[in-house]
Design a protein around this ligand. Sequence first.
Ligand SMILES: [Mn+2]
Length: 312
Amino acid sequence: MKKEIIEKIKSYSTVIVHRHVRPDPDAYGSQGGLCDMIQASFPDKQVYAVGEEEPSLAYLRTLDTISDDTYKDALVIVCDTANAERICDERYKLGKELIKIDHHPNEDPYGDLLWVDTSASSVSEMIYDLFKSGESEGLKLTDAGARLLFAGIVGDTGRFLYPSTTMRTMEYAGELLQYSFDRSELFNKMYETEEKVLKLQGYILQNFKLQPSGAAAVILKKELLEEFQVAPSEASLLVSTLGSVKGIKSWVFYIEENDQIRVRLRSKGPIINGLAKKYGGGGHPLAAGASVHSWEEVSQVSEELSDICRQS
Ligand SMILES: [Mn+2]
């Protein structure tokens, strides 16, 4: 599959790379790292990374603005996006061919060519793998590309903490460190937190409710987020906060956002992506999400999460 993807890239003069909405460092890292690799290896090609800018990730890279015409006869590659509806910038449909590169379960197999590796910690790890597979034939990666891939791996593994971290992850991360970039500066940017977000974290730690089942829930209503002046997307970054609570098995954040309530599920053992799926969402076994539209559904999700914890 890697060979096929490299051959496809070689056969196009324009390559446009997309990623998912509400991006994280792996979305930015894999997208940007892939663009870097293609541009460095094939300087004559037109290579673009598109999507809405996420200000909190601007330290990684900026995105390109292109016209619809650019898609004519272009190869489109989508990184780190399990479902077609989560692809940022709908124009991904306008290209001549579409490639999906992802590490989430392949529940929506969109695209003409698919490379899905659920054993990969991150798509950034997969892009480095792609680079390695063609390195002997001339593929290149710059220091800036290596920095992006390293950031993506660090982001998706929670600094090598999550079980998705494998020997291969460590090996690749180690190899990426041979490139020249400022790792301390990168870590500082990745993990700096605004004061208002830390204050909200304080609220969460004061107010979460741990059930005897080992399930815990946090409800962040619109008014509360306004009081703390924290955007729902910023509040989502605090979901891992409860992971170190003694006795906790799984937990859920309900974050009210306009006309919907985002459900963010995390677990230290019980499988919770089935629950997310039941409510129209999805994700990994230990990290998943969905959206609901009423506080009754919120109570239902909490009850079902408690059931799952009791049964495990
Ligand atoms: Mn990812």
